[in-house]
Ligand binder design. Structure first.
Ligand SMILES: Cc1cc2nc3c(=O)[nH]c(=O)nc-3n(C[C@H](O)[C@H](O)[C@H](O)COP(=O)(O)OP(=O)(O)OC[C@H]3O[C@@H](n4cnc5c(N)ncnc54)[C@H](O)[C@@H]3O)c2cc1C
Length: 388
């Protein structure tokens, strides 16, 4: 056997798995279709990831967190949900437990770079970049990965971390729920006059949603969720027009806005794999669960899956078979339990808040008002934001 583990996909989740298992000293291969330079120094992709306390703990443990400049970590002190023109806002904060923030916002490209640098320091991790995986197959004894250039790798365990339209998932014959939502997210980093105070807002309006994620200084990541038909028009605007459009859509709450970076557009699709484990194979990250970004859980859940699998492998002891059936069954059960409720709740929320019919708008208003009178429910949501 050439490798103990073959990871398909050198995205943040694939690299996180390599970083978590590399200290065990066994042979790991990461196959990534992008060139090595695009992993070593990734371009900004517009995404700011709201990392929970648990995710930050994981990144600290593998040695990636300290590779992110503190100036590039923006504390998220509070989150507010607004509905239409109602002045009422439902707020979530860290509570009185001593935590100063709900999470920290970090640009996705900096997380990827920190994880790449962490992994690159290990001699037992081989990165095969600039080559796509063409096919995978597993049997009782080994996993086999065929690359587009004809090379074949063999390993004890195959981990598919190759995104929500996963080739590995398909080749293993694992079905998935796939829903294309007909909407897209448009992201732009903006500078503004007003002070956001570290408060993120999610504002559901008629026909569109705007979220504002607070970055250090008077800057935010603006996230517009638009119908696919509308997003092309907005994305084609000049930076000055786009700044004015975001200012208007945000109701001038933070004053005039100038676009600093972007826009980047992401068509929305959610996916949930029918299984997270198969013979000598596991699915991780978006290949397992492709969340709607609205509740900022996708990468956090991806890291939770990595921590769960790495914990089981570490606990199996030196010399253990990393592709063992029992180990993979345990991973499947734990990750399903961790993800299914959040996936279902997020889709329910998106259904309610993406619907502009009058009953849905009334229901939204009633839900937010009820939430304000249920401090325990608010606490539970805040805890969920801090710890998934
Ligand atoms: C707009 C937006 C905002 C988000 N905000 C948040 C947030 O606030 N909090 C949060 O937790 N999550 C957030 N997410 C989700 C988060 O970005 C994803 O969950 C995360 O990127 C998934 O990582 P991954 O490694 O599984 O997949 P990816 O990042 O998609 O990486 C997959 C990798 O696999 C490679 N690959 C694919 N196919 C092959 C192949 N055949 N051969 C070789 N390589 C292959 C790709 O090149 C890629 O590098 C957001 C997502 C979006 C779109």
């Amino acid at each position: 056997m050439e490798h103990d583990l073959i990871i398909v996909g050198g995205g943040p989740v694939g690299l996180a798995l390599a970083a978590a298992l590399a200290p065990l000293g066994r042979s790991i291969a990461v196959v990534e279709r992008q060139p090595r330079a695009a992993l070593a120094d990734p371009a900004e992709d517009g995404r700011y990831i709201a990392l929970t306390h648990r995710s930050i703990g994981f990144l600290q443990q593998v040695g990636a967190w300290d590779r992110i400049d503190p100036a590039d970590r923006s504390p998220l002190r509070e989150a507010q949900v607004l509905n239409g023109q109602s002045p009422f806002a439902l707020s979530f904060d860290p509570g009185s437990g001593g935590a100063q923030w709900l999470g920290q916002l970090v640009s996705n490209h900096l997380i990827r770079r920190a994880l790449f640098d962490t992994v690159a320091a290990y001699g037992n991790v081989t990165l095969l970049a600039d080559v796509a995986v063409q096919d995978v197959a597993t049997d009782r004894r080994a996993a086999r990965v065929t690359l587009a250039d004809g090379r074949v790798l063999t390993g004890q365990l195959l981990a598919g971390a190759d995104s929500r339209f996963s080739k590995v998932r398909e080749a293993l014959g694992i079905g998935a729920e796939v829903k294309r939502l007909g909407r897209s997210m448009l992201l732009a980093r903006v500078a503004h006059e007003g002070d956001h105070g570290g408060i993120a807002t999610e504002w559901f309006q008629h026909g569109h949603t705007i979220a504002m994620l607070p970055l250090n200084g008077r800057r935010s990541s603006a996230v517009l969720t638009l119908e696919d038909s509308d997003v092309v028009r907005v994305a084609a605007m000049s930076p000055a027009e786009l700044g004015a459009e975001i200012t208007r859509r945000y109701g001038h709450r933070l004053g005039a806005m100038q676009v600093e970076a972007g826009p980047h557009v992401y068509p929305l699709a959610v996916t949930y794999a029918a299984h997270f484990a198969a013979r000598r194979a596991a699915l991780l990250g978006d290949a397992a669960v492709g969340m709607n970004p609205v509740t900022a859980h996708g990468f956090n859940l991806g890291l939770q899956g990595v921590a769960s699998l790495a914990g089981l492998i570490g606990g199996a002891g030196a010399g253990a078979d990393w592709g063992g059936t029992l180990l993979l069954r345990r991973f499947e059960g734990a990750h399903r339990l961790a993800t299914r409720p959040i996936y279902a709740a997020t889709n329910l929320l998106v259904g309610l808040y993406g619907d502009d019919s009058l009953p849905a708008r009334v229901m939204r208003h009633a839900t937010l008002r009820a939430g304000a009178h249920l401090p325990l429910a608010r606490r539970a949501v805040a805890r969920m934001l801090m710890q998934p």
